[in-house]
Design a protein around this ligand. Structure first.
Ligand code: VG1
Ligand code: CO
Length: 580
């Protein structure tokens, strides 16, 4: 097979966002578009992670993935890569890719040095929807900003890429190693079912026997919704074969290229079927919901946790996992090294860290910032408000891990209850947590696909206001007299304690005297226009006030946020696209 050197020109707009490059499929399908980005990535990596190396290429199975995988295999061969590992049918969840990089050894003893992950996560898929690509490094985590900046720089100067054009397409639907003999010598493509590797890792972390006992209890029913994302490639193996759950507990667990036409984002708006089954839909009340419910996003790194008629906020979820990890999860039995959350995530985790005397870190949005802390042994459990939770078992957030963590906690608190009439419920666990640590009322408003110019001006105005706290407080008092004073207003800046790198402009913060916070950010994962995210939080320690409806408790702060930012006037939106 021969290597073709193809002449090309830089294409605008290939800057990776919070989690890789995401664009509409039709953008990716333009001539040289994917190829430029892949070559720019190869050129940004140290030579030994390309020449003679083994890389993983897989994704969440969204539309156009299989074509992209064949292109990347041909480019890998032409760039001197020695082996490519691909998930069966091109499927591998983002956490499974991370696990495969860290744990898997090939038949010839090889290890992978990185991965192209083909996903746009929770964005819809299909010919008119989104495609995405990101690169993960040797530690199994997303490329750090130093590398993604270099990739982007390369896309602005690229003149040529390399591809073994006459290479035959590889059959992705059959497991096994194909020896192809590449232009640079040996070249193998290994197609395998990553569920085996992933399940092995999960079994080394959790006590599967105790979860089996919980699942076997007739009182315990659950529902898992994969929203037709890649989680479905793992659910039968884990929940049915290993844990003994009934198949009827699994819904939408067949991965589809267009996610069944849905929006594969596990939240109360998009996971409609699950939300109804759990008794959380007013329009569609369910008489007898299961005890436990969970959902994943397209690439299965996100999770939503539900109890019977009860929603667990992701910020509470990570705090509760951290508070219970040592006793309920064998992997953590010798203690937590530390905990971390992204800046907009509520401070519920901070309170747990303080109580348990744990190291605590607040990082910018996006999982790549947790990786350094974990590699340095400073952090065991971390999470984001955006339905992302995980630990140092890998370097990505992990949707199924979070579900197993909750099942472990439920199994632990119910270990002496299994024969009894009443189990300790998800809601009991959360309310118990609030009464110990206080409650962080929390909500996020997303304004999707807003005019980019208007969004930038709205943010710029919020930054300008920060110049004078007295003025800010005057404006706020004019909106609502019943909110506390703003005591600090700034843009979040992070200095990585491990490598000293600094990330600026990571979100606009208004911090109030009573611990309340308003945070404004522009999303870095959209593919069109701008998405404004508004995060609203209020801490309540008084046990007599922790049982309120969240939207009611937060109403004054919401009003302040909307008026202070002039949301409607500047964006033309009278309501957010999604509230979580
Ligand atoms: C969003 C979330 C962020 C998450 C990122 C990737 O980013 O807010 O917390 O890390 O998506 O998630 P942004 O920039 O749009 O706010 V995903 O599930 O790609 O895997
Ligand atoms: Co995701």
């Amino acid at each position: 097979f021969k290597v073709s050197k193809v002449e090309t020109n830089p294409i605008d707009g290939q800057k990776p966002g919070t989690s890789g490059l995401r664009k509409k499929v039709k953008v990716f399908k333009q001539p040289h578009y994917l190829q430029n980005f892949v070559q720019a990535t190869f050129n940004a990596l140290p030579a030994n992670q390309v020449k003679g190396a083994v890389i993983v290429v897989s994704g969440d199975g969204r539309y156009w993935s299989k074509d992209a995988i064949q292109i990347i295999i041909k480019m890998a061969a032409a760039n001197g890569v020695r082996g490519v590992w691909v998930g069966l049918n091109g499927l591998m969840s983002t956490p499974a890719v991370s696990a495969v990089i860290r744990e898997r050894t090939g038949a010839d003893g090889s290890k992978a040095s990185g991965a192209f992950i083909l996903t746009a996560s929770h964005n819809p898929g299909g010919p008119h929807e989104d495609f995405g690509i990101k690169y993960n490094m040797e530690n199994g985590g997303p490329a750090p900003e130093g590398v993604t900046d270099k990739i982007y720089q390369n896309t602005t100067t690229i003149k040529e890429y390399y591809i073994a054009e006459d290479f035959p397409d590889v059959d992705l639907s059959t497991e096994g190693v194909t020896k192809l003999g590449g232009p640079e010598g040996e070249f193998d493509v290994d197609v395998f079912d990553s569920a085996n590797d992933y399940v092995k890792l999960m079994k080394s972390i959790f006590d599967f026997e105790s979860i089996q006992k919980l699942v076997a209890s007739p009182k315990f029913t659950f529902c898992y919704d994969a929203l037709h994302g890649v989680a479905g490639a793992y659910t039968n193996h884990i929940f049915v074969q290993e844990l003994g759950a009934q198949e009827s507990f699994l819904i939408n667990c067949v991965p589809k290229e267009d996610f069944g036409g849905g929006h594969p984002d596990p939240n109360l708006t998009y996971a409609k079927e699950l939300v109804a089954r759990m008794g959380l839909s007013k329009a569609n009340p369910e008489a007898n919901p299961p005890e436990f419910g969970a959902a994943a996003d397209g690439d299965a790194d996100r999770n939503m946790i539900l109890g019977k008629r009860f929603f667990v906020t992701p910020s509470d979820s990570v705090a509760i996992i951290a508070a219970n990890a040592v006793k309920a999860i064998p992997y953590f039995s010798s203690g937590l090294k530390g905990v971390a959350r992204s800046m907009p995530t509520s401070a519920a985790l901070d309170v747990v860290a303080k109580h348990l005397n744990l190291k605590f870190f607040e990082v910018p949005t996006g999982w790549k910032f947790f990786g350094n802390l974990m590699d340095a042994g400073m952090c065991s459990v971390c999470g984001e408000e955006s339905f992302g939770t995980g630990s140092d078992h890998i370097r990505e957030k992990d949707g199924i891990w979070a579900v197993l963590a909750w099942l472990s906690i439920l199994a632990y608190v119910n270990k002496d209850n299994l024969g009894k009439d009443q189990l300790v419920s998800v809601e009991d666990i959360v309310r118990g947590h609030w009464s110990t640590y206080g409650r962080h009322y929390y909500t996020r408003y997303d304004y999707e696909n807003v005019d980019s110019g208007a969004a930038k001006e709205l943010m710029a105005n919020l930054v300008n206001l920060q110049a004078s706290l007295p003025d800010v407080n005057n404006i706020i008092k004019g909106i609502r007299s019943d909110v506390a004073d703003v005591v600090q207003a700034d843009e979040f800046e992070y200095k990585d304690p491990v490598d000293g790198s600094i990330s600026k402009h990571q979100g606009i913060r208004y911090l109030f005297a009573d611990g309340s916070r308003l945070v404004f950010r522009l999303s870095g994962t959209g593919s069109e226009g701008a998405t404004i995210r508004l995060y609203i939080e209020q801490y309540e320690k008084d046990p007599s006030k922790i049982g309120r409806e969240s939207h009611e408790a937060l109403a004054p702060l919401v009003e302040v946020a909307l008026k202070l930012s002039q949301m409607e006037k500047r964006t033309g939106r009278s309501a957010p696209t999604v509230i979580t």
